[in-house]
Design a protein around this ligand. Structure first.
Ligand SMILES: *[C@@H]1O[C@H](CO)[C@@H](O)[C@H](O)[C@H]1NC(C)=O
Ligand SMILES: *[C@@H]1O[C@H](CO)[C@@H](O)[C@H](O)[C@H]1NC(C)=O
Ligand SMILES: *[C@@H]1O[C@H](CO)[C@@H](O)[C@H](O)[C@H]1NC(C)=O
Ligand SMILES: *[C@@H]1O[C@H](CO)[C@@H](O)[C@H](O)[C@H]1NC(C)=O
Ligand SMILES: *[C@@H]1O[C@H](CO)[C@@H](O)[C@H](O)[C@H]1NC(C)=O
Ligand SMILES: *[C@@H]1O[C@H](CO)[C@@H](O)[C@H](O)[C@H]1NC(C)=O
Ligand SMILES: *[C@@H]1O[C@H](CO)[C@@H](O)[C@H](O)[C@H]1NC(C)=O
Ligand SMILES: [Zn+2]
Ligand SMILES: [Zn+2]
Length: 602
């Protein structure tokens, strides 16, 4: 009868109910009262929504700083009895044993501990699982909230605290210690209480486990009547005992596979203590080297990636709406040559983190002052014709894209990611410094080549003099110091954002409401996509994929849904303003022809 045994006995006994007894259940073999039918038992909560045990998927666990160390009192007191009750073996202790701390809401009195196990064929039998892995055994120390009767405790959301310990099998562990002592008392005599007179305490049984590493969630008793009254603690580290001692449990008790199957989480959050080792926070990827490739990002914890205002998008210039409110930006301290704190390889991008409270952005129709946090890059492969920008303009994808990420100055970062205009991202396309000889006709030559590839160019293209190549050289020089994911390097060279942007025209841009382009894809971004591209030496661009060791770090295009893309007056005009080179005039009829035939083909 496990956790609830004493409690249930008293209730059932007192009421003398003449019905199917709640104790008429089993794990296997009793036909109508196996776990999937526990919900039919009288007074049962087993079909509820916060049931235990669960599979703890550590990718979705959140750390909680309130999960401090436990305070365990009298855990060294002697274990005094053991009983095989037909469902498990259960032990009690001599002194009063108390559990508090660990983020629990008050003190709890330990009542008993018992165990769950598999069978003699080494089938594992823990109740909880970690990342789908079942351990050989699990030990439960069951405590009632101090001052509550058993009935009262079972009626409260956190009336019962259970401490769960996994037990792992070792090939050659100690055969003479505390677990040998405990298992020497195992019996197949049901309901016969065995006295234990040994120097043996709970502390002896759990002694090597690091009690600061644990998971926490709200659940239920794992045996009928499955009351949803348990605040669960599941320790990360297992107790390790010799597998021959583990075999004694099924072999000497006549009980096998005494564990409840895992139950649905149903939107519950599992937390972890700060010391718990959680997997690195890269559960997602762009390519197919992980489970959560971009088409599965929406399945990630707290994800907004299947929302209706996602980024990036394809900007169709003919559908953009001119907005006169999209005025000039005011960039504060973009000329600061010491604003970059460090550069890091996130495993998804290369990111330059700025010093706090230095650079700012306002104007540009944003309506708020934004603090500049970082900028980072998206890229394709090292190949010369690679495409790695996230946004496209009239279906044209550029070699790279730079994102300058800014947060509304009046909001914390946490607030900003929950607010529709909490973040403002400035997106700049990057392409290679023209390799054609006549530099002044670079615009027209790339226009005609994009027309060749089926994309009519409607004048949004890309003219600016090359960015300051010396400064790009300085920046990309750091890439060799961050070849490993999570590595960072302090930026000590003089590099300003202005230097990186060169003299790109920042008055010509597109504007729309969208999202972060990486999980959790919060729809909190006012996007600005500049029409002119930055020009960077191809060999410097190729350092991103080669030094970081990965490529094609861009999210696929997302649906526009009912959003409108606005554009500045400058970007709606037919190209930003260099005096048209003779070549453009010459090519104009050809371009028009291409545009017409392209449209006809659609
Ligand atoms: C610990 O055990 C001692 C000895 O039995 C007892 O006097 C004391 O009350 C116990 N402490 C708690 C907090 O239960
Ligand atoms: C449990 O033991 C197995 C085999 O000895 C080992 O591979 C595994 O890593 C252990 N698990 C934990 C959580 O210690
Ligand atoms: C535990 O039991 C052993 C053996 O009966 C005894 O010698 C020892 O004093 C007990 N310890 C405590 C703390 O009661
Ligand atoms: C980088 O800068 C930080 C703080 O400015 C400093 O603590 C750290 O030691 C520096 N790291 C290196 C490798 O210089
Ligand atoms: C973005 O959304 C806000 C409302 O949340 C709206 O006022 C604003 O006009 C939108 N901007 C764009 C560019 O669509
Ligand atoms: C790009 O950089 C490489 C290596 O620094 C240099 O050899 C090449 O001339 C540069 N190309 C252009 C177009 O600036
Ligand atoms: C888009 O449609 C959604 C509902 O379908 C609506 O809530 C939202 O206001 C619309 N946005 C715009 C910009 O029209
Ligand atoms: Zn249990
Ligand atoms: Zn980005």
């Amino acid at each position: 009868m496990d956790h609830s045994s004493l409690l249930l006995c008293s209730i059932v006994g007192a009421l003398l109910m003449f019905s199917a007894r709640a104790s008429d259940w089993c794990y296997t073999g009793c036909e109508s009262h196996t776990p999937s039918h526990w919900g039919d038992l009288p007074g049962s909560f087993c079909d509820g929504k916060r049931q235990s045990p669960i599979n703890i998927d550590t990718r979705y666990v959140d750390k909680d700083s309130k999960l401090v160390a436990f305070n365990l009192i009298n855990f060294t007191s002697n274990i005094t009895s053991m009983i095989n009750n037909g469902h498990t073996v259960k032990c009690t202790f001599g002194d009063d044993v108390e559990v508090s701390g660990g983020g629990l809401n008050g003190a709890y009195s330990a009542d008993q501990f018992h165990l769950h196990w598999g069978d003699t064929n080494h089938h594992p039998g823990s109740e909880h699982m970690i990342n789908g892995h079942r351990s050989p055994m699990e030990m439960h120390i069951v405590s009632l909230k101090k001052g509550l009767t058993a009935d009262e405790a079972m009626a409260q959301s956190e009336g019962i605290a259970v401490l769960g310990f996994f037990i792992n099998a070792t090939e050659d562990g100690d055969m003479t210690g505390s677990w040998n002592t405990l298992t020497s008392y195992l019996t197949d005599q049901i309901d016969t209480k065995v006295s234990i007179e040994e120097d043996l305490s709970i502390q002896d049984l759990i002694k090597n486990v690091d009690l600061t590493k644990f998971y926490r969630y709200l659940g239920s008793l794992t045996t009928p009547t499955c009351n949803e009254a348990v605040v669960w603690t599941v320790f990360h580290e297992p107790i390790k005992i010799n597998k021959k001692l583990i075999e004694r449990f099924p072999a000497n008790t006549g009980l096998s596979n005494i564990y409840r199957p895992t139950q649905a989480l149903n939107n519950r959050q599992v937390f972890a203590s700060p010391a718990s080792p959680l997997p690195p926070s890269h559960p997602w990827c762009y390519d197919d080297h992980c489970e959560h490739t971009s088409s599965h990002w929406h399945l990630l914890h707290h994800s907004h990636c299947d929302g209706e205002s996602q980024s990036p998008i394809n900007i169709e210039t003919r559908n953009t709406v001119v907005d006169k409110n999209l005025d000039a930006f005011v960039f504060t301290k973009f000329d600061d040559k010491h604003a970059i704190k460090y550069i890091t390889n996130t495993g998804h991008a290369v990111k330059c983190v700025l010093k706090d409270g230095v650079a700012e952005v306002s104007g540009g129709g944003l309506g708020h002052v934004y603090s500049t946090l970082q900028f980072h890059f998206h890229w394709g492969t090292e190949s010369h014709d690679s495409h790695g920008s996230e946004h496209k303009v009239d279906s044209k994808q550029y070699p790279m894209e730079m994102h300058i990420v800014n947060k509304r100055k009046d909001l914390s970062l946490e607030e900003a990611v929950q607010t529709p205009n909490g973040l403002a991202v400035l997106g700049f396309f990057i392409e290679a410094v023209s390799t054609t000889k006549s530099s002044s006709s670079s615009s027209s030559s790339s226009s005609s080549s994009s027309a060749d590839s089926g994309h009519a160019d409607s004048g949004h293209a890309e003219t600016s003099t090359p960015s300051n190549m010396e400064v790009w050289k300085k920046l990309t020089h750091y890439l060799s110091a961050i070849k490993t994911v999570d590595q960072r390097a302090n930026v000590t060279d003089e590099i300003s954002i202005d230097d990186l942007l060169g003299n790109v025209n920042t008055r010509a841009y597109y504007r729309y409401n969208g999202s972060l382009t990486t999980p959790t894809c919060n729809e909190a971004v006012v996007w600005t996509i500049f029409k002119e591209t930055l020009k960077v030496n191809q060999s410097l661009m190729s350092l991103f994929p080669t030094q970081a060791g990965y490529g094609n770090v861009f999210r696929p295009l997302q649906s526009l849904h009912n959003r409108t893309v606005y554009s500045t007056v400058a970007s709606a005009a037919s190209g930003p303003a260099p005096a048209p080179a003779p070549a453009v005039l010459f090519l104009l009829p050809l371009l028009l022809l291409c545009t017409v035939s392209f449209n006809l083909r659609q």
